[in-house]
Each structure stands twice: as C-alpha cells, then as structure tokens.
Design a protein around this ligand. Structure first.
Ligand SMILES: [Mn+2]
Length: 509
C-alpha cells in the first residue's frame, strides 16, 4: 500500500482554492482573443475568401470526418451563407475509404465540378500532390489546419496553421475548429461584421472531442462557451437537445458529451456525412437524418461495449515497454481501434499500437501517456509508412501489409530504447486533501466552475483523510475493491453525477 501525502486536512471551504492552486491556469478566465496578426497568412486567406464570395466563385470546403472536422466545416459553411454565398459546398472524406488529406477522388470531383476555390479545415497540411494537381487546374487552395507542420509546405494560395508559429503562441495548441473560427473572425473584422455568438458552442464541441489541452486560450474559449451556452443556444442546438433522452439539462457537460456521441456518427459516401448534413439541412429535412444518426449511435454504443470487454480481458505483456497489437483474427472493429488504444494506454501508461489489416494495407491507431511522443517516433520511422499523422499522444499511420514484420521489429526496438513506464503515483495527482467530515458536507457543485474537464484539466482527485468505510459505499462506484476494515485514507476521482471512483487507499489500523 502506498504512503500518501502527509498534508493536513483542510476545511471544505478550502477545496476550491486547493484545486485552483493545483491548476493555476483556471484563474485565467477573462476571455479575449489575442491579436490575430500573429497568425501567418490569416489576413491573406480572409481576403481571398471575401473576394471569392463577392465574385460568386464556386467554393468547396474540404473537412474531416471527426467532431473537430465536422464542427469546422459547419461553422465555415454557415458563415459563407451569412456572407451571401450561394455557391459553396462541402466534402467530408470517409476515412474508411479515403486516405488522410485531399485524395485523388476529391481532386477529380472538384476539377470536374469546375470549382474555383478549395478551403480545407482541420487538415490538408501534407497534401502536396493534390494541391499541385488543383493549382494546375487553376483551382486555388486555402489550407487551414492545426496538425504538425512538415518541413516543406504544399504550394497552396495560403496556409493558416498555428503550428507554423512559435510554440509560445497562444494559438499553438488550438483545435481545427478554432483555426476556422479565427479565419471567420478575421473576415468579420475586414467586413465590419459581428461574429455569430453561437459558434462558441461548436468550438467547445470540436475542441473537447479533439482532446486539445484545456489550458491557456483553449481553456478560456471553452470555458466561455460553457458559461454562455444557454444564452448562445441557437435554434439548431435547441433542436438537437430536444432529441436528447432525459438527462440533466442543467449540466452543460451532459449536453456536450451527448452531442459528441451523436454527431461522431454519420460517415457516408462521396464526400457526404450525415452529421454535417443534419447541421446544414433545412428544418424540414432534419428529422429523418436525426433518426439515422440515432440508430448509428445505438449501434456504435454496442461496439463500444464490445471494445470495453476486449480491453478488460486484454493480457498486458509483462515488462513490455509498449503494446503492439495486430488484430489478425479480426476481434475488434475498425471504428473502435482508437478507443481501444486510448483505454489500453490509460490502463498501462505505455505507448499502444492497435493495428488492423485491410486489403493489403495496415491501419494503425496509436495512443500513449505522458513521457512519450508518438509523432517523434513516427517521424523517425517514416520510411515504413505510406502516410502518417496526428499529435504527440494520438496518432495513426497506414502502411503496406508486406512490411508487417519489419514494422513490428522497428517498433519494439524503438519503444525499448525510449522507455516511458514510470511508477504511477496517484498521490502526486491529488488536487485537494480534506477530512471525512468536510467531504460529507461539501457540495460537488463547486466543481462546476472547473468544467469542462478534459485533456490537462482532468476531473478533480481528492485525498480523503480517515474515511468511514461503512458510509463510503454511497459515494463510490467501485466500493467492492476495498478489503474489510473500518477506517482508511482514500483517493477518489470525481465522476460526473456526484459519484466518485476509488483510485487508491491505505487502511488505517
Ligand atoms: Mn482536429
């Protein structure tokens, strides 16, 4: 059993200040957008979009089939409509069929469709070939992205990506939807328009789903969206909320997590996406699309149940520095690969690679915890892949099947020479130390001001001194892990809906 911090108990009134102390950024709540001038090509892109709308050019928004990509596409599509465009469309590549970035299927479509301008959101930073093909066909491309910038950039008209800036930039870690929002802000500034307030809710959805760190500018923007959610609630958000099953409507987190679960479904063919379709369709067309999405959500939830079973039963190899799982007997579904990799990484604190083989291709979803950098690894092993991309802790690649053995060997070598496994010390993550008496008295509503929880702003962890075992059961969901005894120090992680999970404990004699 671990020895806990030797801190003395604090009064309940102090829990708040203890949490604020452990997460300094939480005090930065005054929302203001830092100067937009610091973003390379933002003004150039904004001017090009304004021209395109003024000249009734045919515009294609190229998005991405995750929540960040869908929200980015939606707000730009909606804003172009506000600007007066009647000639803009969107294309969401289906990742199961098309590769990352602008595919030949897409370029063919925009060339044949005689488009004038392509604007990418949440992607495109590595689409050299496609951008070249398009510019030869006299179609200009504006790239907006937030993924790591390669050494050479595509020959686009303009490229807005906060990763082009210094890592100290306030915008460095923003989501794709926030990059899109800043483009909208710049266009609005040039045209002296007011930016629609409703976009804030969509930024929150995209940012939380994309797991950007909820600190700094991300924290400010998402926090503002939470605070203003009801004031900003537009007709579309209300419509979606009316379709929700009975949940706690007072809790914005419940609404956000429901929306993410709903709108993450809807992959379709030929650049269509049902979730996006639902957002941009006229009112009368919504109901039938919503029904389809709800059905897909239900099916997805049952694959999540299966995935959870898989994670539960997964035998973690002893002394491994990484987990390399090739699903050659087709046990898991492609749609849950990322989730399985995340769960295994959280469970083992090791880098995890979940790989499936599909028509001569290897598809990998990789996840890791602190202390490891997936992109650094992928950059080093670039020669093995057809393509790869992602972030430090969540990334993926595709490769040729015949490189299977080679990939496995090089991966194992790499993780062995870059070990990350650390003795996990829950006590180091504790936000507040409180007595049992204070714990039973305080109201979890004080946690509301720290929401939304997410990357780098996890749900609070409390160390309760001298907890009473016979009363603890009513607060925790995993009471059965405790041995019998009467009194203990216990570390609890707050869960939604006023319950906790036991993370660690010490029995007191
Ligand atoms: Mn993204």
């Amino acid at each position: 059993m671990r020895q806990f911090l030797n801190s003395k108990s604090e009064s309940a009134a102090n829990i708040r200040s203890q949490i604020i102390n452990s997460r300094k950024f939480l005090t930065e709540t005054n929302f203001s957008i830092p100067s937009l001038d610091s973003l390379t090509d933002l003004k150039k892109s904004a001017k090009r979009v304004i021209n395109a709308v003024n000249n009734a050019e045919k515009i294609m928004i190229f998005g991405h089939d995750d929540m960040d990509g869908i929200t980015s596409t939606y707000i730009l599509y909606d804003f172009l409509r506000i600007l007066g465009s009647k000639n803009h469309f969107c294309y969401i590549p289906n990742r199961i069929i098309e590769n990352h970035g602008l595919s030949p299927i897409f370029t063919k479509k925009v060339i044949e469709g005689k488009f004038d301008l392509v604007i990418t959101v949440d992607g495109g930073i590595k689409s050299y070939d496609a951008v070249e093909v398009l510019s030869k066909a006299n179609i200009q491309v504006i790239i907006t992205d937030h993924h790591i910038v390669p050494e050479n950039l595509p020959c686009a008209h303009s490229i807005v990506n906060p990763k082009r800036e210094d890592p100290s930039s306030s915008f460095y870690m923003i989501a794709g939807v926030t990059v899109t929002y800043l483009l909208i802000c710049k266009i609005s500034e040039l045209k002296s328009l007011k930016v629609p307030g409703k976009y804030m809710s969509w930024i929150a959805l995209g940012s939380i789903a994309d797991r950007v760190p909820l600190t700094g500018f991300n924290w400010q923007i998402v926090r503002k969206a939470y605070k203003d959610w009801r004031d900003n609630e537009d007709e579309l958000l209300s419509y979606l909320r009316n379709g929700m099953p009975a949940v706690d409507f007072d809790d914005v987190s419940e609404i956000v997590s429901y929306f993410i679960k709903l709108l993450s479904n809807g992959r379709d063919l030929d650049g269509n996406h049902k979730a996006l379709q639902l957002l941009i369709s006229p009112k009368e067309a919504r109901d039938s699309i919503l029904q389809q999405l709800l059905l897909e959500k239900k099916n997805f939830e049952s694959s999540i149940d299966q995935a959870n079973q898989f994670v539960k039963k997964f035998a973690v190899p002893q002394k491994a520095e990484g987990i390399f799982y090739l699903d050659d007997s087709d046990v898991i579904e492609q749609s849950t690969m990322g989730m399985i990799a995340s769960e295994l990484a959280a469970k083992t604190l090791l880098p995890v690679f979940v790989i499936k083989e599909k028509s001569e291709l290897l598809i990998c979803e990789a996840r890791c915890s602190d202390g490891f950098d997936l992109m650094k690894m992928f950059n080093e092993l670039e020669h093995l892949f057809i393509q790869y991309g992602g972030h430090t802790k969540a990334a993926g690649f595709t490769a040729n099947s015949n490189r299977k053995a080679e990939i496995e060997t090089e991966f194992i070598d790499y993780v062995n020479s870059h070990p990350t496994r650390k003795e996990f010390s829950v006590s180091q993550c504790v936000d507040a130390v409180i007595s049992w008496k204070d714990f039973v008295q305080f109201n979890t509503d004080i946690f509301n001001e720290f929401k939304p929880f997410g990357q780098d702003n996890p749900t609070p962890i409390l160390l309760i001194k001298e907890a009473q075992l016979n009363e603890l059961a009513e607060y925790v969901e995993n009471f059965n892990i405790l041995p019998s005894g009467c009194c203990l120090d216990v570390i609890l992680k707050y869960k939604e809906r006023k319950t906790y999970k036991i993370m660690d404990y010490t029995l007191l004699s």
